[in-house]
Design a protein around this ligand. Structure first.
Ligand code: NAD
Length: 259
């Protein structure tokens, strides 16, 4: 039985753990990969292209195992290769961060079928397929953490982004569904719902001065997040410190949802 005196900040350490981070070469994914590595994990970073030089340089001083792997997550046939390559490189998978995501904007009546499909394939279907494949490695290990990336549009409808909204609502549902089945195997699945963060993904909104001012004025913290604002939460959800959290989505939003 655990005693209170056993608790220490080591509960947040990821020493000896192996983490997969999808889309970990830029934006929020880069911040998640850095945070997990700084907390002690080796990281296996799945990227769409091969533009990982900046992230490689950023992570080098941390002296962790770092491997980059190119795959198109929206293509289901790439999923098993990711899992096999990580296990071959590091021998196990303790943490999966399903971060890769995309957004395509258009008015509802003009929304193209291929845009609907592309967003759903990456933001929702790849989360399901990769989590399922990784869970097959985690169950025999009897431990693991899966962290999905939701959004404010997991709670609200937004405009001009119907598949983004549908997929991010779906991510919250998958988080609960996976958590319910895997909790008994010592695996926790939770999600982070970032508020408005300054990344490439949100650049088009920030270029529209009126939109930028409208959004910023609605955020109680009175500023957009930077990727660093999300780093503590990902380490917490990846660590022993969150072992009794299952199926929860944590909003890191400067108070947006509280308003
Ligand atoms: P970003 O556009 O900067 O990065 C997206 C990442 O996904 C990139 O690394 C890209 O290479 C990867 N990716 C895209 N298509 C891929 C594919 N087919 N296969 C593999 N990888 C692919 O975005 P970001 O702002 O860092 O967002 C990361 C996640 O956070 C997304 O899921 C996004 O929906 C979510 N999010 C972002 C914000 C925000 O304000 N930026 C807010 C809420 C949620």
């Amino acid at each position: 039985m655990t005693t209170l005196a056993q608790f220490s900040l080591d509960y947040f350490s990821l020493q000896g753990k192996v983490a997969i981070v999808t889309g970990g070469n830029t934006g929020l994914g880069q911040a998640y990969a850095y945070a997990l590595a700084k907390a002690g994990a080796d990281v296996f970073i799945v990227t769409h292209g091969t533009n990982w030089a900046e992230t490689e340089e950023l992570l080098a001083p941390l002296n962790r195992g770092v491997q980059f792997y190119q795959a198109d997550l929206s293509d289901e046939t790439h999923i098993d290769g990711i899992v096999d390559a990580c296990v071959n490189a590091f021998g196990r998978i303790d943490i999966l961060v399903n971060n890769a995501g995309t957004i395509r904007r258009a008015p509802l009546l003009d929304y193209k079928k291929e845009d609907w499909q592309a967003v759903m394939d990456l933001n929702l279907h790849s989360v399901y397929y990769l989590s399922q494949a990784v869970a097959k490695v985690m169950v025999p290990q009897k431990s693991g953490k899966i962290i999905n990336i939701a959004s404010m549009l997991s709670y609200q409808g937004g405009k001009f982004v119907p598949p983004y909204t549908a997929s991010k609502h779906g991510v919250v549902g998958l988080t609960k569904a996976f958590a319910n089945e895997l909790a008994e195997h010592g695996i926790q699945i939770n999600a982070i719902a970032p508020g408005y963060v300054e990344t490439k993904n949100t650049a088009p909104i920030r270029e529209d001065e009126q939109r930028l001012a409208e959004i910023t004025s609605r955020i109680p913290a009175a500023r957009w997040a930077t990727p660093e604002d999300l780093m503590g939460t990902v380490v917490f959800l990846a660590s022993r410190a969150s072992d009794y959290m299952n199926g929860h989505t944590v909003a890191v939003d400067g108070g947006w949802l509280a308003r």
